[in-house]
Structures are given as structure tokens and as C-alpha cells.
Design a protein around this ligand. Sequence first.
Ligand code: ADP
Ligand code: MG
Length: 328
Amino acid sequence: AETVRLLSSSQVITSVVSVVKELVENSLDAGASSVDVKLENFGLDRIEVVDNGCGIKAADAPVMAVKHYTSKISCHSDLERLETYGFRGEALGSICAVSEVILTTKTADDNVSTQYTLDHNGNVTSRKPSHLGQGATVSVFKLFKNLPVRRQFYSSSKKCKEELRKVQELLMAYGIIRPALRVLLTHNKAVVWLKAKALDHRTALMAALGTSTVASMVPLQHRQEQPEIILEGFFPKPGSNPSLMSSTTPDRTFVFINNRPVHHRDILKLLKRQYGAHVGGEGAPSRYPALMLSVTVTASAVDVNLTPDKTQVMLQCKEAVLLALETM
Ligand code: ADP
Ligand code: MG
């Protein structure tokens, strides 16, 4: 049973960025308006996510990290109108299976916060009062300590830097799609990225792409019915300076489907064709454009159950979305 648990957990928690993703989504689901992500040794020694959300009630603490416990859906039809990022009740338990976890939390009704130490099965092994404010702080130590090959894999300096870049990209995505969210990313106590609470998408986008890049972008919007599709975002002006675009990875091409940051291959391909640029002549590989695209469709038209990390989604009305995008 221990081995099965480790195997299934290692499919949900594949990397440093997947831990950050699950913890940050829990913070957002808890209604947090501020999220701090603190990494030590690129997350391999410590990943800590501090939020100011609703926190976890003492009565729920014994089961919070037990596999398949979720406070977010109670029946299957809830899946059709999903408004939270999480719904499988897998993340906390899976993180516990591959690291050492300490969770500190305080709800509005609690007088003091409580610090829980969790074991590999997600059970609470000890608890003590602590001094933190309302919300939850999840500290993940020694990631993949029981998966030495994977830990080794992420220890190379190339992988470390790539993971940090992906963490930053992910936090930028949440910061953009939720302008009011404050986000801080630190590595070994140094600030890597900070986004203040913003009033709109444009201002939030500036925190990610820089003021001058956003200044040369135009807002576009498209609404249609049958199928109901809303496309909105900020796109490079035709002929804008290609040096402002990102390299061959789509790390500044922010695409959202129903507020989830996604990597949708066909959408990315189209955006690259439409807005990307050849830097260094026609023969050079085309570059992904820096832009923001938010796609909204009816919840029942999206299947986010494709991969455990939910970054790949299936769109029922994909062709219609691509067509609308092309003619926008
Ligand atoms: P899921 O997000 O799919 O429900 P998780 O394993 O990620 O499953 O979390 C389990 C439960 O723990 C959540 O349903 C929620 O009730 C609680 N929880 C986790 N993180 C937080 C947090 N930061 N703030 C408040 N509650 C949390
Ligand atoms: Mg979750």
C-alpha cells in the first residue's frame, strides 16, 4: 500500500512547480487575496506558501491531507459548475507522501493559529499553538526525499533554474488573471517577483511583462453565442518590436480557459502563427508572442480531468474558439 501511494502521489506531484501550483490553488480556493511563495534551494529544501484565506477549521484538520478528502464538491453534478481549482482532494495527501509537511492555520473563529505536523499518510502526528495570522501556511521540506532519482533529476543547476522560471511564470499567470491578488515570490530570501494588488488586467499584466511591453499592446474582445464564447485579452500591436517577445518557450504567452492557466497546444500554435515573430530573418524559428488571452466558455464544455495537474484541458468547442481567435 505504501508503494502504491507513493506511485500515485508521484504522478500528481511531479516537480517543484507542481507543488507550488497545488498549494497556490488551495490558497485561491480559500479566498486569499495575498499569497507568498518562499523557496529555499530552488524548492528542494523548502517550499512555503503563506496565504490570508479562510484557513482550516480544527475539526477538518485530521482529514485535510487524507486522500480524496475535499471540502469543495459534494456530488458529481458539482463538477459541471466547478468554480474552484481543486476538487479531487489529492494534492495535500500526495505532497505529504513525497516530503515532510507542516501546516499552520487560523480561521476567523480561532483565537490563535495551530501548527500541525503531518506524516507520510497525511495524518496529523502533532499539534501546537502558534502565532500566525488568519489563513494557512504550508511548509514542504525535503521534496522527493523518498524518490532519490527524481530528487537528483531536479538538483542539476539547469533543472533548478528552469523550475524557478516555471514557478515565476505560473505565479504571473495567477497574478494576471486575478488582478486583485498580491503575489510575492522569494528564493533563498531574495525577492524574485512581487506583484501588488492591481485594479485591472492591464495593470496586472504590466507587473508581469513590463510597462513598455504592455504599452505596445491592444485590448481585444470577442463575444458570440452558440456556442457561447468570450475571448478577451491584450495582444501585440501589429508591427510592434519583436525584441519584446519571449524566446522559443511560450513562457510569456498567458492563456486562460475559464480562469485556469493552461497550455493548450492548438491555441498556442495559432497565437504563435498569428502574433509570433521571426527574429533574425525568415529562416529563424518563430518566437512566441508576449500576450494575454482569456477564453470563457460554459463550464460543461471544458474537461480539466485530462492530466493530474489540470494544465491540459479539452475544449468541446475547440474549432469554434480557434476560428473566433483567427478572425478576432
Ligand atoms: P482539493 O483542493 O482538491 O480539495 P487538497 O488536497 O488540495 O484537495 O486540499 C484538501 C482540503 O484541504 C481542501 O478541500 C481544503 O478544505 C483544505 N485546504 C487545503 N489548503 C488550504 C488552504 N490554503 N486554506 C484553506 N483550506 C485549505
Ligand atoms: Mg487543492
